[in-house]
Every structure is written in C-alpha cells, then in structure tokens.
Design a protein around this ligand. Structure first.
Ligand code: C2E
Ligand code: MG
Ligand code: MG
Length: 765
C-alpha cells in the first residue's frame, strides 16, 4: 500500500512518482465521470430518479473539484515534500469516489428490464476501469475506489436476480483490483531502482564536481559509445569551451581538435583510441590537445566501467595538463644538451652524435666519419681587453657563422671556451674536409662588429678521420685535438689534418714536461751569456742571458724546444724567475754600465707576481734597474692580456730597459712600437742572413726598422751576426748594436767575466 514507516528520500521520490502517475490520468477519470453522469441522466433521468441523480451529480462534481484542487496543489509543489498523508488523502479521494459510485449503483431504479441493467453495468465497468487505470500506481486509492463498487455489485444485480452476472461482475472488479496491486508493485520496484541509479549518478557528479573544484586534474567519463558524458566544468574549462558544446561528443574527436578533419593524429591519440576500442585500462597516455589555438599536453588515465550485469558502460578516468612539467623537462634537456650561450649542442651532445656516427658501421666496425676541432685565435685578448660580455657576444656571432657554414649533414657544437667542433658522419674525401676547414677559417676570420668594437679573431682547425685516425670516439677526439695543437703551434689561422707522428710528438712533449719538472728540482738548468757589442767600437754593452738544460740522458736540450713546453705546462714562471735572479746576481759582478738582457715570455710577464719578482731580483743582487733589460716578443700584444701594457709601464717606471725581440718574425706590425717605449728593437737573424744575401725585402725591412727606431729614439740590435760581411752590412744599414757568433757564442758566467779588464781594486781585494 506504500504506507510503511521507512520514509527516506528515495521513498519520497517513489511516492511522488506514484501520485504523479495517478494525476497524469486524472483528466481521463474526470471525463469518464462526467460522461457517466450524462449517461445516467439519459438512461434514468425519466424514471423518477431525478432527485437522487441530482444529489449524486452535485456530490460527484464536488469530489471531482476536490480532486482537481489536490492534484494542482501537488503539481504546483513539483511533487516535492510529499508524505504518507498525501497518499492517505488520495486514498480518501478514491474512497469518496468509490462510495459515490457504489451509492449510484444501488440507488438507481431497477426492474425496467435487462437493457437498462446492461447499460448501467457497462457504464459502471467503464468507470471502474478508468478508476483502476488512474489509481493503478497507488493501491490504497485503487482499493478505496474499487472495494465500495465491489460491495455495491450485489445490490445492483440482486434485484434483477442475475446471480451469474453478479459473480462475473464481482470477479471482474476483483481482477481489476488485483491487477492494480500487481501493477503498483512493479511500478514502485522500477521507480525505486531508477531513483537509486539517479542517486548514485548524482553522488558521482557531486564527487566529480568537488574533485574538480579542488584539484588541478579533472575527472571525465564516456558512455559505451565513447562519447563524453557528464562533462565537468573543469574539463570544459580545460578545453576552453562550454560543457554543453562537448557533452555527447566523441572523446577522440574532442581531443583531436582540428586534426580530426585532416586525419593527421598524434601518436598519443592513436594509442588512446586503441585502448578505448579494446575497452582496456590505460594510464598516463600523453597527447597534445589543441586548446584555443594553443597546443597543451594532457596526460589521461582511465578504466572501463561495467554494471552489475557485466554490461559495458563506458570509461571513467582522470586527466591532467602537464604542459608546464613537459616544458620544464624540455628546458632541462635543452640545458643538459645545449650550450646556454650560443644555443649550439654542447660537449656531451656532440659526443653522443659522434658515438652514433662512429657506431653506424655495423657490429664491431667503425663507420667512416670526421671530427673537426676549431679554436679561435686571439680570443683571449678580446676577452681580457674588452671583458666577458663582449667576449660572449663574439662567441654567439661565431656560433651563428659556424651554423651558417655547416651544411645539414655537418653537426656543429661548442666544446667550451673558444673551442668548437664539427662531426661529419659519412665524411667524404679528404679535400672535402679541407674545403670545409678553409671555409670555417675564412668565415670566422672576417672581422666582427660587436657593439661599437670591430674585432679581429682567427680560427685554427684540426681534423681527424675515423676509422684510420681513431677507432674509438675518444681516440678520434684526441687525434683531432693533436692536429689542432699543431695548427695553433704553427701560428694559427690554418687547418692541420691528423698525422701519426703528431702522436709521437705529443708523447715526446709529455715526457719532456715530466723531465723538465724533474730538472727544476734537480738543478739541471744553467744560464749562458752571449755578448752584445757596439756595432762601431765592438765594445761590450751587455750580455743576453740564455737558459740551458742538459738532461743526464737526453743531453743538451735547446730552449727553442723546452721553453714552449714550459709555457704550456705553466713551468715558465718558476724557470723564468730563476733565470732572472741568476742573471741579475751575475750581472752585478760586471762593470757598470754593462747590462744583462733576460728573455721574458708573455705568460711569465702577465703573471701577477712578475713585478714583485723583478723588484726582488734587483734588490737581492744589488743590480741597478737600468742595467737590467727585459726582452719581450710581439706575441705579447697579440695573445696576452691588455694588462701587459700596464706591466710594461710599471717596469719602465722601475727604470728597467725594454727590448722587442725577434722583430719581424711574428706579426710584424710597426703599430706595436708606438704602444710602449722600447729602448731597443732586436732584428731577427733571418733578416740579417737575407740582407747579406742581398734579398731586397730583408734589406728594406732592416732599413725601415732602423729609420723608425731612430726617429722614435730607440736603438737597434742585429741578431745572429756570424761573419765579417754580415757585420759590415748591418753597420752600413745603421744598426747600433750587434749580437752573434762573430763576437761570441753564449758562454758560461765565468767566461763572460774574463772578457772585462780586471778591476785593479777588485783584483787587489
Ligand atoms: P732569442 O732571445 O732570440 O735568443 C737568441 C738566439 O739566437 C739564441 O738561441 C742564441 O743562441 C741564438 N744565436 C745567437 N747568435 C747567433 C748566431 O750568430 N747564429 C745563430 N745561428 N744563432 C745565434 P737559443 O739560446 O737557442 O735561444 C732560443 C730562444 O729561446 C731565444 O731566442 C729565446 O726566445 C728563448 N729563450 C732562451 N732563454 C730563455 C729564457 O730564459 N726565458 C725565455 N722566456 N726564453 C728564453
Ligand atoms: Mg732574446
Ligand atoms: Mg731573438
């Protein structure tokens, strides 16, 4: 009957459905009632039943009105807040109706014959069917209505003695009642099930909504046809469209965006579509999604849903926007694989590319490929003179040019500092590498405009080709490095290909370096002194101190060989300082104004403690500063720091003399001469030899240098004069000082001392 005490929210909703179902067909019942009323008036109106009919009519219309009122009250409340009382009042309405009709059944006049009885019964059965239909979902009202009618049936048929008809009519009416009960039970069961389902989905949507509001991710679900349903506000927001626009749309189509038309789906979408088709769970499927014209990256996970009977309902899962994480991961990869300053692949990346290129020859075989190493010439000078900012801008421009020079198959990167490299997989013939190297050298040597500065740097290239110059990447890199070293040591601005003897030379340098460290500790070095004389009078003006190294096994080793090794191994500092102290101590024993000239490497001169070392050597020996001459070469102005000019000024301020050694062999720019106040320019032996052979260029250079030196108030020393003819020639050309085997080879300190007339004071002392 629906009058139980368990009245939860679900029961209230079932109750509402029951009442609504009755109300929906109330009109039919009312129409039937009115029709019945008219019919009764037609049949019995003329048989003296008018007063009873009138009373019945008024009461029936009143009950109809009452029913309409309660019906409209329920409708206006939207069937909300209904209770058992509403069911009871509907039952009461049914009972009222039933009683009215029962009254009508027993009070209509009888005995007029079977025609009236059949008409009466037909009307009553129609009314009962209509009542049963409209009260079918509410057994209380159905019972209230039908039972009085059943009870009135004997009254209706008894008078006419139609017992079989009475039995038939009673069983008919009772069947209607039973039918109502059966229908009502099915109705309430169905409705409770659907209410429960609705409740469940409401809970889920509630959860979805709550989850959506708080989490950066979102939940989504599809139906069995893989169409989105229950699109949450958050999902709609992420898609950049209103929820209604995608509700019911195919998930794959929504995710594909404009690619849906072109059919060019990203790989992630293909994977997702496969999972959906196979109805299998998937997690962390990453795919690009177009949102408002921008590509976002989504990560989706979901599982298929089934109902209790095992029928597939669709998918439910979570999604998250991982664009930011992806971008930062990409940035990290970018940082790890690319050089931040130039954007070129970095050392590690280059190494990977080289590994790959070399392993392309099949199992156990090294593929043919080339590795080029590039080093900028004179970059350090730019960095030191103009600062790192300008240096960095220059490197960026170098990278740009390199990228431009390299073709698609040539992979260039920055190893670090001013060093770059190129990997050429499947490298062609040797001349192709030569051509590329030449293009790099000329491309990188073209002047650079950085801010307001015009910068000139050059490039040196070393190359090695696999498999002949190295089977392993490590070996190939080392070979290219050795070739680069060769290119640099030959003056830079050139390309050297690897040759096997470079390896031997490098090994020799390494051994020499070890031996030199040892020599320093074991005092295997000594200094020889070579006289410098006045070109006219041949009077000794001074001596040049020249370092010597005699190795116990290797014998005498030329400074031309060990000085560069010492410079590279940063041993020139201690060696140079030792030579300086020794030479000063020795020179202090020579008569004033005889000088001692000491060679100073650029690396040594720019060392922060150099000035202090000079001051200390002079102080310890007691030598007058003007009797010390320091010989520097032009390389100082090219490679060394800008600070070197300042150091030269400080040395001049101490009273020390400066000479420019080997003039003409290096960069031969007369511009250097104006930068500082050299006391002497030393003309290299190669020009002296050239001039004595009447070489026009050598003669011209010596003449020009002498003229320039004279005009700047500097002296000139001709180096390496071996013969009388050479002496005569350099005299003629105007050189004021001469040094060479003709006047004396480098000699021991003791021998040098014997060249001076014995000082009577000292002799007697
Ligand atoms: P340098 O300063 O130009 O020294 C002159 C070189 O010419 C010396 O070679 C000397 O022995 C050589 N020489 C002198 N007269 C003649 C000649 O008539 N004919 C020929 N053929 N050669 C002559 P050395 O001693 O082998 O020195 C070579 C270079 O090593 C020097 O060239 C200098 O640049 C460097 N050096 C020598 N000692 C030192 C040192 O203590 N410190 C530094 N930094 N460099 C040094
Ligand atoms: Mg010298
Ligand atoms: Mg020299």
């Amino acid at each position: 009957m629906g009058l139980g005490s368990d009245r939860g929210e679900a029961a209230a909703r079932v109750l509402a459905a029951q009442l609504r179902s009755g109300d929906n067909v109330a009109l039919l019942r009312h129409a039937m009632n009115l029709f019945g009323l008219i019919f009764l008036w037609q049949v019995f109106g003329g048989h003296g039943a008018s007063s009873r009919l009138s009373l019945f009519s008024v009461l029936l219309i009143l009950s109809i009105v009452l029913n309409i009122l309660s019906c409209s009250r329920r409708r206006s409340s939207g069937y909300g807040g209904l209770t058992v009382a509403d069911l009871r009042s509907q039952g009461l309405g049914g009972l009222l109706h039933g009683l009215l009709w029962a009254g009508c059944m027993v009070s209509m006049p009888t005995g007029h014959g079977p025609a009236e009885l059949v008409a009466h019964w037909t009307l009553i059965s129609c009314v009962m069917v209509c009542g049963a239909i409209s009260f079918a979902a509410t057994p209380l009202a159905a019972t209230g209505f039908l039972l009085p009618c059943v009870a009135a049936l004997p009254g209706m048929f008894n008078a006419s003695g139609q017992l079989p008809l009475l039995a038939l009519a009673t069983s008919y009416a009772l069947s209607l009642l039973v039918g109502c009960f059966i229908y009502a039970r099915t109705f309430t069961r169905q409705h409770s099930a659907s209410v429960q389902l609705e409740e469940k989905s409401e809970v889920v949507s509630l959860l979805l909504r709550e989850y959506d509001q708080g989490a950066p991710d979102w939940l989504w679900q599809t139906d069995a046809a893989r169409r989105l349903n229950g699109v949450s506000p958050r999902l709609a927001e992420m898609l950049g469209v209103p929820a209604s626009a995608v509700e019911g749309a195919l998930l794959v189509q929504v995710l594909a965006g404009s690619a849906w038309d072109s059919g060019l789906f990203p790989a992630g979408l293909h994977g997702l579509a496969d999972h959906l088709k196979r109805r299998e769970s998937f997690s962390n499927v990453v795919l690009p999604v177009e949102v408002k014209g921008l590509t976002r990256w989504w990560e989706l996970s979901a599982s298929p849903r089934y109902d209790d009977a095992g029928a597939f309902l669709g998918f439910r899962g979570v999604g998250s926007d991982i664009t930011e994480q992806r971008e930062s991961a990409e940035r990290i990869t970018q940082l790890a694989r690319f050089d931040a300053l130039t954007g070129l692949p970095n050392r590690a990346h280059l190494r990977d590319v080289l590994d790959q290129a070399m392993s392309g020859g099949g199992v156990g075989r090294t593929a043919n490929c080339a590795f080029l190493m590039i080093d900028l010439d004179r970059f350090k000078a730019v960095n030191d003179t103009l600062g790192h900012q300008i240096g960095d801008k220059l490197l960026s421009q170098v990278a740009r040019r390199l990228r431009h020079i390299c073709s698609g198959s040539e992979f260039c990167g920055r190893i670090g500092g001013d060093e770059f490299a190129i990997v050429i997989p499947h490298s062609g013939p040797e001349h192709a590498i030569d051509r590329l190297a030449a293009a790099i050298i000329s491309g990188l040597s073209t002047p650079y405009q950085v801010d307001q500065h015009m910068l000139f740097v050059g490039a040196s290239v070393g190359s090695a080709v696999a498999p002949q110059d190295g089977v392993e990447p490590e070996a190939l890199i080392r070979s290219a490095d050795l070739a680069l070293y060769r290119a640099k040591s030959e003056g830079g601005g050139m390309h050297c290909a690897y040759e096997p003897q470079l390896h031997a030379q490098a090994e020799e340098r390494r051994k020499l370096e070890l031996a030199l460290r040892d020599a320093l500790e074991k005092d295997q070095l000594h200094v020889l002194y070579q006289p410098v004389v006045d070109a006219d009078s041949a009077a000794i003006l001074g001596f040049e101190a020249l370092a010597r190294w005699t190795h116990p096994e290797m014998g005498p080793i030329s400074p031309a060989k060990f000085v560069p090794v010492a410079e590279e191994a940063r041993l020139i500092g201690p060696i140079g300082e030792w030579v300086l102290r020794t030479a000063c101590m020795e020179a202090a024993r020579w008569p004033d104004p005889v000088r001692v000239a000491v060679n100073v490497s650029a690396e040594q001169l720019t060392h922060p403690s150099f000035i202090a070392a000079v001051v200390s050597a002079l102080g310890q020996s007691g030598l007058d500063a003007h009797r010390l001459e320091l010989e520097v070469t032009e390389s100082l102005f090219v490679n060394a720091a800008a600070g070197s000019l300042k150091i030269l000024d400080q040395l001049l301020a101490l009273g020390v003399q400066l000479s420019l050694d080997d003039f003409g062999t290096g960069y031969s720019s007369l511009g250097y001469l104006s930068r500082t106040r050299f006391n002497t320019i030393k003309i290299d032996r190669s020009f002296v030899v050239g001039a004595s052979n009447n070489k026009a260029a050598s003669l011209a250079i010596i003449r020009a240098v002498v003229t320039l030196a004279d005009s700047l108030g500097m002296a000139t020393t001709a180096e390496g004069v071996e013969t009388e003819a050479e002496l005569a020639m350099v005299r003629r050309l105007g050189c004021r000082k001469v040094q060479g085997y003709y006047f004396g080879r480098p000699m021991s300190a003791a021998d040098a001392l014997t060249l001076f007339p014995r000082d009577p004071l000292r002799a007697s002392a």
